[in-house]
Design a protein around this ligand. Structure first.
Ligand SMILES: [Zn+2]
Length: 211
């Protein structure tokens, strides 16, 4: 009997409140299929048993989704700007993201908080979420993800200041190795006036972490 687990459904939704609008990456599906078959043999599995027959193809397509950001330039989301005389902080908290640790190709997932202090240029809030997703969907390290988001905002919107704080759980830490279940990693990239002005920095960090 074939066991139909929920993860086998081919059009299963990514458990993410912001569904991806990225097309799957242009990847060499047959090549990944071959590699996954090799991995299965290497760990002592039989890739020809019924339950594993479609696994190489499923893995290949899953990687296509998880790495869809590789062919994307997430900065494109910051090209449509509004000119607005708004000189207060814009903050988008709890942007859920799913990424892939480039050291183990295991998922790390978490939330990003993104803030900037505009100097004339403002973008729609959903664009900030798309920016995070575009940089997340590729082999990543959390530190680089954090700085890429902050730097893109600084360069594209030229705000007075910008801050990006990311909290994430790395499955390469929680399910293997040190097995530190429940541990989260926090990274921040603080730019411009948020960096130079201690008071506005502590204000923005308090806003990001306010309950
Ligand atoms: Zn890792």
């Amino acid at each position: 009997m074939a066991y139909n687990s929920p993860c086998m459904s081919d059009n299963s939704q990514i458990p993410n409140s912001q569904a991806s609008d990225l097309p799957p990456a242009k990847i060499d599906i047959p090549r990944i299929e071959k590699a996954v078959r090799e991995i299965l043999i290497a760990v002592g599995e039989d890739p020809d048993r019924e339950g594993l027959l479609k696994t190489p193809n499923r893995v290949a397509r899953a990687y296509g989704e998880l790495m869809a950001g590789l062919q994307d330039d997430p900065r494109r989301h910051l090209k449509t700007v509004f000119t607005e005389e708004y000189d207060e902080v814009v903050l988008l908290r709890d942007i859920e993201f799913h990424s892939l640790c480039e050291h183990h190709l295991l998922p790390f997932t978490g939330r990003a908080h993104v803030a900037y202090l505009p100097k004339g240029k403002v973008v729609g809030l959903s664009k900030l979420a798309r920016l995070v997703e575009g940089f997340a969907r590729r082999p990543q390290v959390q530190e680089r993800l954090t700085t890429q988001i902050a730097d893109a905002i600084m360069e594209e919107l030229q705000p007075l200041g910008c801050a990006c704080v990311i909290q994430a759980t790395h499955t390469c830490m929680t399910i293997r190795g040190a097995k530190k279940t429940g541990s989260t990693m926090v990274t921040s990239a603080i730019r411009g006036s948020f960096r130079t002005d201690a008071r506005s920095r502590s204000e923005i960090l308090a806003l990001m972490h306010a309950k």
